[in-house]
Ligand binder design. Structure first.
Ligand code: ASC
Length: 150
């Protein structure tokens, strides 16, 4: 068996530590990745929001599935806002890279509210879903107002 050298260990450790930011071959891929994840999240969130507002008939199973998918997709975009990905086909404002901690705080808040929405949808309680949709939508808007171009 081949000996595992300290160098190989160090390379592996570094690869694991940087995998979130190094998973993209080029900046355009990071932009596409985060936009795709946000689109999947938005499509699923909107489906639940339409039920909450009465624009679509309430279907508990569909609401639970959509909210769970939105919750999962909502975890994905944030690792794709690494250094050097502020250019290209993006509406992301440069402030994101200057105030990264605040941006991440908004992202965390959205994920926390989206998790509550997924729980509410799993419970099938439409009133709880309505409350959670409003809270989650508020976190979307807060971040867009600060960090998304028109
Ligand atoms: C959506 C969507 C958003 C948020 C936001 C909530 O469905 O596309 O960006 O909700 O409008 O205020």
């Amino acid at each position: 068996m081949k000996k595992i050298t300290p160098f190989a260990l160090a390379v592996t450790a570094l690869a694991i530590a940087t995998s979130a930011s190094a998973q993209f071959a080029k900046p355009d891929d990071a932009v596409r990745y985060r936009k795709s994840a946000l689109f999947v999240m938005q499509q699923n969130f909107s489906r639940v929001a339409a039920m909450a507002s009465g624009k679509a008939p309430f279907d508990a199973k569909s609401a639970a599935e959509s909210a769970a998918t939105a919750e999962f997709a909502g975890r994905l975009p944030w690792s794709a806002f690494g250094e050097g990905t502020d250019k290209g086909d993006t509406r992301a404002k440069p402030e994101i890279w200057k105030e990264h901690a605040k941006f991440q705080e908004y992202a965390d808040k959205m994920q926390a509210e989206m998790s509550k929405l997924a729980l509410a949808a799993k419970s099938g309680n439409l009133d709880a879903i309505k409350t959670a949709v409003t809270a989650t939508g508020g976190t979307c808007k807060t971040c867009h107002d600060a960090y998304r171009k028109e």
